[in-house]
Ligand binder design. Structure first.
Ligand code: F3S
Length: 282
């Protein structure tokens, strides 16, 4: 049986970097270590970190009050400036694992808002990344997540505007919302800050699923990006299996197929992907 493993299966570069940083910190520091929110949406990784003394806490700014003299890892989603300020006041060391692509958006909205531009963030209002981006805007920011939001933007027509996007936003939806805002005639500077890691993972999965007899998609049950990968693969390949770990796969079943493809969602650890890969090759 031939097995094709997607090169872009699993963690994107930003998440991998954040995870490496937490493990490095856990292995080298004697401080109490917290991650500002779970480092990724994967229970195995979170509990493995817990066993190394790293606690994932979903604090809001008030809960920061309980912390002092510890290390706090900022995950790849990033946070607003107020959080860095609070941590500094509490004497906490910060390990900043904000993805550089997200950091770039922070810098854009900070600089552009300081120049007097009104910032519009295309993204989901309560997504931590969007909250973080908003936290770097000097002044007001508008969040636009659908056509009604875009139509509802009502600024003085002379207002200079800067539009950015959540990194994981759908490119077509972004273009549509920008078009609606564009009809209002503002002097707008549109910066497409969508990261193509998700797109590339999906494109590759589609390509592989199109040429194999069976396709395995690995990822959490509740992971929306894995569900999306599954749909894409299922469209191309009828025999697509959605599994969380190697335990969910009946490898005997695969023996009927000549060519099998494997991909994985954005929060699937490498060891799980490798285990599935190895078992397919037996
Ligand atoms: Fe990942 Fe950073 Fe893109 S966290 S999805 S590489 S913005």
């Amino acid at each position: 049986m031939e097995v094709i493993l997607a090169k872009k299966a699993g963690f994107c570069f930003g998440v991998q970097k954040a995870i490496d940083m937490v493990y490095d910190e856990a292995n080298s520091s004697n401080n109490n270590i917290y991650t500002y929110g779970p480092i990724i949406h994967n229970e195995e990784v979170v509990s493995d970190l817990e066993s190394k003394g790293v606690k994932a806490i979903n604090f809001d700014e008030n809960e920061l009050n309980d912390l002092s003299d510890c290390t706090v890892v900022i995950r790849s989603h990033g946070v607003g400036k107020n959080i860095y300020d609070s941590l500094e006041q509490r004497n906490c060391d910060v390990v900043d694992a904000t993805c550089p692509f997200v950091k770039k958006i922070h810098n854009i909205v900070k600089e552009e808002s300081e120049k007097g531009k009104t910032i519009i963030i295309v993204g989901s209002e309560y997504h931590p990344e969007v909250e973080g981006i908003k936290g770097w805007v000097n002044g007001d920011a508008f969040i636009v997540d659908n056509e009604d939001d875009a139509r509802g933007i009502d600024l003085n027509p002379e207002t200079p505007v800067c539009i950015v996007s959540q990194t994981t936003y759908n490119p077509e939806k972004f273009a549509k919302l920008v078009e609606i805002i564009g009809e209002k005639g503002y002097d707008s500077n549109v910066v497409n800050t969508i990261c193509n890691a998700t797109n590339e993972r999906q494109k590759e999965a589609k390509e592989i699923a199109g040429k194999v007899d069976a396709m395995i998609v690995i990822g959490g049950k509740n992971s929306s990006n894995t569900q999306k990968l599954y749909e894409i693969c299922k469209n191309e390949c009828e025999n697509t299996f959605y599994i969380q770990t190697a335990k969910d796969m009946d490898f005997e079943k695969l023996k009927d197929f000549e060519k099998v493809g494997i991909t994985a969602g954005a929060s699937t650890p490498k060891n799980i992907i490798e285990e599935v890969h190895t078992k397919c090759q037996r």
